[in-house]
Design a binder for this molecule. Sequence first.
Ligand SMILES: [Zn+2]
Length: 218
Amino acid sequence: MTNRNRNMERAIRRRERKRLADLNRNDRSVFEVMIKVMLTALAVIIGLAIWIWAAEAQAEEEAFAAVLRRTRLIHREELMDTECFHVPPLPEVLPADGEPPQAIEIKEAKQAEELPAEPAGHWENLGKHKITHYCPERCCNGENAWETASGAPMTFGRTVAASAREFGFGTKLLIDGKEYTVEDRGVGPGCIDILVPTHKEGRQRGRFYTDVYVWRED
Ligand SMILES: [Zn+2]
């Protein structure tokens, strides 16, 4: 092999090595571009996911705030207007075991009724009524603060408001073992509003369903 031939062969090999190296570099740069594109796409997807999550959380928060506002509105309407049928019925809560407390108290009341001094009559169960509470002030009575519809003085532990369609004034009711007298109006049938000294106490006592008994003279 001549020197010339050897040189030519070297040159060819050099060129071939360079070509391969270039190819390799090209492959690497394509690979790098692909990685960059994938990382960018990943960042965009994560960003979108976070944005959607934040938007959903905000929507949920707003929905919750709307429910709260609506609940307060219902509560205020009920206190002002005591129109209890605007409010969906509450689930009836009874003690986990044994008899409900009101039943026990009613038994005691029935024993008392058997005493000879009591007038002849009996307590008739009218079934579940919604019990709410109101105070004597303007917040619950508007212009008629400290006045009852019957003209009787507001008396804590005695005065209750009930519907004219259900009870006349002076009707005796037994609720949770305590005796009350219908002396006020402002609620619909199926609802008894019990007078309490303060608005706060009324709120603490809350609303619930329980059996209401009416006194029937024999
Ligand atoms: Zn009030």
